[in-house]
Design a protein around this ligand. Sequence first.
Ligand code: SAM
Length: 282
Amino acid sequence: SRPTPPPLPPIGPRSFDSDVPNASRMYDYYLGGAMNFTADRELAERAKSVLACTPSLARLNRSFLRRAVNACLDEGIDQFLDLGSGIPTVGNVHEIVQRRNPDARVMYVDYDATAVMHAKKLLDGNENAAILHADIRDPDSVLSAPEVLGLLDFDRPMGLLMVGILLYVGDEYNPKGLVATYRDACAPGSLVPISVITLEHVSKYDPVTHKQMLDLISVYDDASEQINVFGETEFTTWFDGMRLLEPGVTVLPDWRPDGALESDNDSPAGLLGIGGLGKIVR
Ligand code: SAM
């Protein structure tokens, strides 16, 4: 008989623990940040030893975030709810946004204590940006938080960002259902960029990277978040109730490329990340 799986960790904001490697600080390490600890760096190095292009994957995701936020600004969006915002690094959403529109508002949400602490420091004195320490798998704790309701107007379109976050949300938490819940809380015309990881392209075109990605997933068994992968067809259904804007769901380098990160675009990581931008219609 199969061993009983360990109980799922409780949903809710996480407290600080420098001994357990976590996704937020490992991502910070891949991006060249300094907000990480020995345990994070050791596991991130193990990740790189099985999939050398892991930092490229992080940079490609970050580049997709920048292009998607700019696309939202081009469409007149002036308020953002950024779910799983991460540790502040180069090109934070409020910096991209407020450079183009100083009055635009950004509400960050992350359940990681390190991300929240550093964001609070960075945002001190910025009246139009804040961070909420919450778990996005508990939508009510986000959508009814006074901080969120005080900064964002849910009767007007907003940018609802779920970039590089839902890969940490396994099927047992119904990621598609979560997207639908947040979608239904937002006004029509809101724009929703989402990115995840898929094995679909490497399984067809790059068996070596396919195997290395499976090894990377095993490495994350020792982190506080595990990595989940999704098929492109399934991922596309997460945009139900939205109109997918051009060019639809693509691998990250093909989503409205602007010439940046060309060397990363050619790395095997270019086949692993997929993303799209939906416009909520009702
Ligand atoms: N969105 C940023 C980006 O694309 O660059 C950061 C992505 S980082 C890879 C993922 C972030 O999601 C981490 O900071 C992690 O703490 C956060 N995260 C993962 N699961 C979460 C959850 N259930 N609730 C809130 N934050 C979560």
